[in-house]
Design a protein around this ligand. Structure first.
Ligand SMILES: *Cc1c(COP(=O)(O)O)cnc(C)c1O
Length: 351
């Protein structure tokens, strides 16, 4: 039964392919806390080169990666600037406050995207009463912004503003690969504008777990100490790093397929009167949409689709998210689109 389900809830639900498992099984291993795991070292070197940074560090999750970077860039009593719907502020269990003693000052963007003019004037004055503004965090692609790609020129403008004012700039690039494939702009070109970059292998790339951060050698040395503090120092982690290496080799270019499949699904949503795409344009693999309250709640709509073996996430009372990924074929995307059209076409309540 589970096998026949088309699971669009998240791009984290993928299971490692046979070939990925073979790569994991064949990995050369050592103790990575001693720096002796050749597969982890290879992944870190490979990623640093890919992102144009001096060094990289393999970590268990995207959350740990972002929070290590925030801690490495700040002091308790600092403030960071971020978009109000971003992951580091909303979906990381209060990490900046709990782990770093850092306040988040949020700014409302356009589907997750900030313009430099919105940051201007947000740096606190040098005054004993005030926190110290030290960091800006951006997210690309933007999850809650509907998988939107940050326009490169907006990043460039924010980068020069940060440099002018002595602020650090961090990128939550959990889905940077999607931005790379959708635009043709290389990872190092995106990453070059940031002091630190976090990427995930467990989202679109299909590895069972694993993320990494990258930056200057000095930054990564500090980050490694914080990783140990948080309990993220792993031993024969090469068994997982091998999956990440395999994913970099085989699962990046194919993200274009996920983007095409997302459009198949978004077209069905656009064609259904009781559903509204939000944002109206789908740029990558995430399809966010709203349910007309006359039809039912997001939970009710999710339950109805589930009866037809299509799983979609209820992300708010009337907000839903569908993700395409490695384990959703084009035929399945078409089947899901057809299910949405047939099941939700009638403007009657689904209950
Ligand atoms: C999933 C996600 C993360 C965190 O990744 P985990 O590995 O689940 O901790 C960070 N940022 C964004 C934008 C994400 O979508």
């Amino acid at each position: 039964m589970l096998q026949t389900c088309i699971d669009l809830r998240s791009d984290t639900v993928t299971r490692p392919t046979r070939a990925m498992l073979d790569a994991m099984q064949g990995a050369e291993l050592g103790d990575d806390v001693f720096g002796e795991d050749p597969t982890v070292n290879l992944l870190q070197e490979r990623l640093a080169a890919l992102l144009g940074k001096e060094a990289a560090l393999f970590v268990p999750s995207g959350t740990m990666s972002n929070q290590i970077c925030i801690k490495a860039h700040t002091q308790p009593g600092d403030e960071l600037l971020c978009e109000v719907t971003c992951h580091v502020y909303n979906f990381e269990t209060g990490g900046p406050a709990v782990l770093s003693g850092v306040m988040c000052r949020t700014i409302e963007g356009d589907y997750g995207i900030l313009d430099v003019t919105q940051l201007e004037g947000k740096i606190r004055a040098n005054d004993d009463h005030l926190v110290h503004t030290s960091l800006v965090c951006l997210e690309n692609t933007h999850n809650r912004g509907g998988g939107r790609i940050y326009p490169l020129e907006k990043i460039q403008a924010i980068r020069s503003w940060c440099q002018q004012h002595g602020l650090k700039l961090h990128l939550d690039g959990a889905r940077l690969w999607n931005a790379v494939v959708a635009t043709g702009t290389a990872a190092r070109e995106w990453a070059g504008h940031f002091d630190s970059v976090s990427v995930c292998f467990s989202k679109g790339l299909g590895a069972p777990l694993g993320s990494a951060l990258a930056g200057s050698r000095e930054f990564v040395t500090r980050a490694k100490r914080i990783r140990k503090l948080l309990g993220g120092g792993m031993r024969q982690a090469g068994v997982v790093a091998a999956a990440a290496l395999y994913a970099l080799d085989h699962h990046v270019d194919r993200l274009a397929e996920d983007h095409r499949n997302a459009r198949i699904i978004s077209q069905a949503i656009a064609d259904t009167p009781c559903l509204r795409l939000d944002p109206p344009e789908v740029e990558t693999n995430l399809v966010w949409f709203e349910v007309d309250p006359g039809l039912g709640t997001a939970k009710e709509v999710a339950a109805l689709l589930k009866r037809s073996n299509v799983l979609v996430q209820a992300a708010g009372p009337y907000v839903m998210r569908a993700c395409t990924h490695l384990d959703v074929s084009t035929a399945q995307a078409e089947r899901a689109a057809e299910t949405i059209r047939q099941t939700l076409a009638r403007p009657a309540r689904v209950r």
